[in-house]
Design a protein around this ligand. Structure first.
Ligand code: CAO
Length: 433
């Protein structure tokens, strides 16, 4: 003998009604207990309503687009009498309620089929867990599970952003073609991927391929930006007397073809700063367990080239004279612009300097060039009135912008380092001490 069981919407928490966005079964389907019957969606999430019984779907009492609330009738299932008889234990713990209707008797209310306590109830899914439960059918979920894809990271292209099998396949393809990180690293970060927009719909466009350097730099900068907790500390160095000295030195060395720019002095000052503050001359082990302190003083210099940004390294800045540093700086920036740098020319830096002083701008926030832990940005020096305690004096002030890895360097040390470098530049004789 069989029985007809009405399956109703169980307790779905503090939600008045939800919209049915999918009916997952058809009349005549043989279903197992816990098979999903419908998918409903609130303004927060979607969830599937499972059947409390195994059996054959005899009636479906809902359609897509209907609103339904707790207790609403979803379907009538024909259940074999043995199945119902086998379930007395479940009567003890009612969470979902269904109405059992014997074909030959009047309906009577009986609590049936709660989920085990350890299994999340539909209520739990709807409130918090289902925010993580992506909107997809059981078959698509199974498919995603088999591929190890976290559906939360997949954008749905189906109705109401429902994730279909194609979406999972497209996600995997993108992941593979980007070497494990999806477009813009969005999947790795667990955020929505950037939408692919056809900009030509808004006006004329031109597609320009990124250079190899652009792509490489982009990857490293992105990694550094998202993995390093950055702080940028600003200061202004009074370089009035240093500028006079630089100009004078340029005149004196003109016949030797040497040209000093402010950058050579700043490199020297930074090397002295690294000696005084050794944590700035370190790298954090990827494990985060140890700091590697270096006893050499190599400085990377960001060079702007037509193909993109490169950072060649000037070695042993502490041991070189300003003449040597100036010559080498000219050589490496020339090599960079003529694509003559070797990989080894760009390795072994302890800290980098990014100088935009020759271009303009007042300040910027450079990104640490990992595995280094700090980078000094230099902006264009300007004449400014500076209060000396009794009057304003015209001073040439050079903006310095120090970004550092806050895991390695505390704010106080950041301020000490930049103040010290400014102090050295304010009177370059200190570089000799
Ligand atoms: N304030 C005012 N003027 C400055 C200055 C400063 N801070 N720094 C440089 N200048 C002046 C120079 O003195 C020079 O003027 P003169 O010819 O009259 O002496 C002029 O600007 C051009 O200098 P330069 O830029 O050619 O030389 P440099 O040694 O200062 O810099 C280099 C060399 C390779 C760093 C630079 O050319 C460069 O490529 N900068 C861009 C770096 C970059 O793209 N950084 C962004 C990376 S993102 O973090």
């Amino acid at each position: 003998m069989s029985e007809m069981v009405e399956v109703k919407v169980p307790d779905i928490g503090d939600i008045d009604s939800v919209e049915i966005i999918e009916v997952l079964v058809s009349i005549g389907d043989q279903i197992a207990e816990e098979d999903s019957l419908i998918t409903v969606e609130s303004d927060k999430a979607s969830m599937e309503i499972p059947s409390s019984h195994a059996g054959v779907v005899k009636e479906i009492r809902v359609s897509v687009g209907d609103s339904i609330a707790e207790g609403g009738l979803v379907a009538v299932i024909e259940v074999s009498a043995e199945t119902v008889a086998e379930e007395p234990a479940k009567v003890e713990a009612p969470v979902q309620q269904t109405e059992v209707v014997k074909t030959d008797e009047k309906p009577q209310l009986a609590p049936v089929a709660s989920a085990p306590a350890t299994k999340p109830s539909p209520t739990a899914s709807m409130s918090t867990a289902s925010l993580k439960n992506a909107h997809a059918s059981p078959a698509v979920r199974k498919f995603a599970r088999e591929l190890g894809v976290d559906l939360v990271k997949v954008a749905g292209s189906g109705r109401n952003k429902r994730i279909v099998k194609d979406d999972v396949q497209t996600f995997v393809k993108k992941l593979m073609s980007s070497g494990g990180a999806s477009i813009n690293g969005a999947a790795a970060l667990g955020v929505e991927p950037m939408p692919e927009i056809d900009f030509s719909q808004f006006g004329e466009i031109e597609v320009q391929a990124l250079s190899k350097i652009n792509k490489l730099t982009g990857k490293f900068l992105h990694r550094n930006w998202v993995t390093i907790p950055h702080i940028t500390q600003f200061d202004e160095a009074d370089i009035t007397s240093l500028e006079a000295f630089r100009k004078q030195s340029n005149l004196e060395y003109a016949d030797q073809g040497v040209k000093f720019t402010m950058l050579s002095f700043i490199m020297k000052a930074v090397a002295v700063g690294l000696k005084k503050y050794p944590r700035f001359n370190s790298s954090l082990e990827p494990s985060g367990e140890n700091l590697i302190l270096k006893n050499y003083f190599n400085i990377g210099v960001a060079v702007d080239t037509p193909d993109g940004l490169v950072v060649p390294v000037v070695r042993d800045v502490d041991k070189k004279s300003l003449v040597e540093i100036s010559i080498e700086l000219r050589e490496i920036s020339g090599k960079a612009r003529n694509k003559k740098l070797k990989p080894s020319d760009m390795q072994g830096g302890c800290i980098s300097i990014s100088s935009l002083g020759g271009i303009g701008g007042t300040k910027f926030t450079p990104i640490v060039n990992a595995p280094e832990v700090a980078i000094l940005g230099v902006s264009k020096a300007e004449m400014k009135p500076v209060w000396n305690g009794s009057e304003f004096e015209a001073k040439l002030m050079c903006p310095l912008c120090l970004s550092y890895d806050h895991r390695v360097i505390d704010g106080a040390d950041g301020a000490r380092f930049i103040t010290y470098v400014s102090h050295l530049l304010a009177d370059a004789r200190r570089l000799l001490l």
